[in-house]
Design a protein around this ligand. Structure first.
Ligand SMILES: NC(=O)c1ccc[n+]([C@@H]2O[C@H](COP(=O)([O-])OP(=O)(O)OC[C@H]3O[C@@H](n4cnc5c(N)ncnc54)[C@H](OP(=O)(O)O)[C@@H]3O)[C@@H](O)[C@H]2O)c1
Length: 233
């Protein structure tokens, strides 16, 4: 049975991707801090809820090694966990910067590093949930956008480094998607259907990439709602 690790599986995009992978019959190790809001996922015997604070690199290392020991080699890694704080940069405290850097870029680099030896032997797929912010200037999101640009850069380089061993890497760049992500911001996604994406639509992109034949790789997907808009709180 194929095995996946999905960070951020306790909410939003990561939860939708975990559900879609379970739907394909995969065993999923979901990483998050609070799974109480994911009753459906928790009922699935192929889903393992793994509590880990991704800001703590020693906990990340121990958690991935424990999963590796009990599951064996992992076929798919989805880095979806993310933290976002927005506003003028002088208002973004050092601890918020640390949250974003550790969750959005440090943890994906550490986890990929720990799984890569197996993936180079057996093949594997690493999927980073980056953001459209990775590709543009981000006023009021300078630090967040920088972590996403770093994640995209990491994914691109990792693919070039590991492609000859059968490792695939995909960076997905979603625009405004309905989730709890903007809980700390003074804006959120709009409610109108053509002004926001749904987490399930990002999961559809992951499934399409997994369905490519072995010798072909989708490395970059950008998904946007038909129209642009944000909702002020
Ligand atoms: N929503 C959007 O508009 C949008 C657009 C572009 C890109 N993205 C990216 O999409 C990804 C998923 O976001 P989302 O929209 O699904 O938001 P979300 O619903 O807020 O989910 C974020 C996930 O990250 C996990 N997480 C955050 N900090 C963590 C930590 N310290 N340790 C462990 N887990 C942690 C959360 O776990 P707990 O809840 O259990 O703490 C949660 O499962 C993020 O990387 C985000 O940057 C989102």
């Amino acid at each position: 049975m194929e095995k996946a690790i999905v960070t951020g599986a306790s909410s939003g995009i990561g939860a939708a991707i975990a559900a879609a992978l379970l739907g394909r019959g995969m065993e999923v190790y979901g990483i998050g801090r609070d799974f109480r809001k994911q009753e459906e996922l928790m009922k699935n015997p192929l889903f393992h809820a793994v509590v880990c604070d991704l800001r703590k690199h020693s906990d990340v290392e121990r958690t991935i090694c424990d999963i590796r020991k009990s599951a064996g080699p992992v076929d798919v890694l989805v880095n979806s966990a993310g933290a976002g704080y927005f506003g003028p940069h002088e208002q973004i405290s050092p601890s918020k910067i640390h949250d974003m850097v550790s969750v959005n870029i440090e943890a994906p680099m550490i986890i990929a590093g720990l799984l890569l030896r197996d993936m180079k032997k057996n093949g594997g797929f690493i999927i980073n949930i980056s953001s459209v912010t990775a590709k543009k200037s981000n006023t009021y999101g300078c630090a967040y956008g920088a972590t996403k640009a770093a994640l995209t850069s990491f994914g691109e380089s990792l693919f070039d480094e590991a492609r000859k061993y059968g490792v695939k890497v995909l960076n997905i760049h979603p625009d405004m998607t309905e989730s709890a992500f903007y809980r700390n911001a003074d804006f959120s996604s709009c409610e109108e259907e053509d002004l926001r994406l749904l987490p399930e639509e990002i999961a559809q992109c992951v499934m399409a990439a997994l369905d490519m034949r072995a010798g072909a790789v989708v490395t970059d997907i950008t998904v946007k709602p038909q129209r642009h808009g944000i909702r002020r709180k």
